[in-house]
Every structure is written in C-alpha cells, then in structure tokens.
Design a protein around this ligand. Sequence first.
Ligand code: GLY
Length: 312
Amino acid sequence: MKPVIVVHGGAGTIVKEKEEGYRTGVKQAALKGYNILKNGGSALDAVEEAVVVLEDNPYFNAGCGSVLNEKGDVEMDAIIMDGRNLASGAVSAVRCIANPIKLARLVMEKTDHLLLTDRGASLFAKAQGVSEVPGEMLVTDRSRERWRANLKPDSNPKVSQIGLGTVGAVAIDSEGNVACATSTGGITNKMVGRVGDTACIGSGGYADNLVGATSTTGHGESIMKVVLARLIMHHMEQGMTPEEAADTALSYMKKRVNGLGGVIVISKSGDWTAKFSTNQMSWAAVKDEQMQCGIYHGENQATTIEEARVRL
Ligand code: GLY
C-alpha cells in the first residue's frame, strides 16, 4: 500500500494576511506525517506527530493558540483512533497540557477507558509523567483579543462560535492500516466544562481498517448531533467514495441542524478528500510523492514532495 496522509487546520473563515501562515502550517504537518510513513512508520504515529506539529503552531486552535473559555482559560479536547482494532483514546476539558493528542494516545494505550476528562485526565497525565505547562504558555494575544471582543454585549456569538482552527489528520500506512487524530481548544467563550465533538468517538473522528478514516472540524454541537465522522464511514460502507460521503454528510448537517464544518477523509484503498461547508478550511495532503494543499473551495496547489521539503 502506498502511504497517504491528509491534515486539516480547521474550518471557518481565514483572514487574508493569515493565509500563508495556515498553508505553511498544514504543509509542515503533512510533511512530518508523511516522512514517518515513508520510513515505514505506522499511520497512528504519523497522525499523532502531524497533530503535534499543529498543536505547537500558535496559528491553530489546538495546544498553543487554543481559544479561551468564558473565564479566559484554555480547555482542550483531543482524540486518536487506530483502525486496526477500533482502539481509541480521548481527553476533554484538559488544561496546562502542551500536546493533548499525546495524552489521548496514552489513554488509548494505558487505560481500559476511551475518554478521560478534566481532573481525572490531569491526574492521569501526572501519573504518566506528562509535565504540565503554565496555562499562559498556551494563550496567544490573538485568542485573548478574541475572547475580550466576545465579552462585549454587541458581539455575535453565532459568528465567533464557528470553530476555527481545530486540527486533525488521517493516514494510511504501507501495511494498509488507517488512523485518525483530532485536537482542539473548542469554541471561543464556551462554558467551563463544555465538551465538544472532538473528544467524542464518531463525532471528532473515526478510523476503521474495513472502511477508512476521517477527522472533523466545525461547530461541535452540530457535529455531535449528526455524529459526523461515523456518518461519513456509514456512507462509505454503503459504497460512496470519500468525496461523495463527505459532501452528503456535510449537506445533511447543514440541512438538518444548520451546522457548518469540514472533514478530511481517507478510504481503505488510499483515496482521499478534504471538504467543507464553511468559507474556508486549510488542508494539505501527500500521496504519490505529491504535496497538495488548499484553503478555498476548489483550490488545489500541487508541488512535488522534494520541492515542499526544500521550501518548508
Ligand atoms: N469542533 C470543535 C468544537 O466545536 O469543539
């Protein structure tokens, strides 16, 4: 099987001056994951490391750069899933953790549970030797400004709550195993303790070697109502291509609950797509030594992987 990786940097609206930063960020993440796959690494390692790159990049709403909750604090959700055996691990409402996706993987590998939240996740992190970082280290000027703006009585929460920048990755490795990973700070000015789609299996992501894998982004409550990631898998089980399944599920979410979002999808044979119902979504993919990326509907910038390696 030829290895393939697809990453997203979140669905929403991206301002012009930030576009190049988003493009570079998703390409760096895709390259990181692809290098792992090319060296014989697993899909699981590739999606985890690709997401770590995005969590560490303050442009994106995950890890450093996460949006703030109503009290001005960062609370993050993350999930990882292994298509070989449907093993999955997730954390929700975690604070002071630089890379929640790594903690999600530890939940998957070191516990009998699928999801740890808040204090329990924090106790588990300590027990596993995951060091805490000062909460302020995860807060950017931009997220603080956005939080302040949303506190104003005339702000429009409907606009501000469209999650921008949730990050994710899906991959297939040379053995034909698929995996997904998704990580987010959630929606800005959310209630303390709010758990979004990202932490929920079947909503924020799903991976099954018998079908493929998907990672989602967008308005979490809408995604949870339609269980978006599993819905896409279901459509593929019924014979749809990744593109048909993504379009069908996103338009159902729009029609049924008026929800917007985006998805990356890979099939068990390595076909992939990146689709969104928001204005924009940053994404990048590597397959057959070709790097592709885009932000706008219909955009697809392609380069060879060698060119990408030199430029990034
Ligand atoms: N999809 C990110 C969130 O709503 O939490």
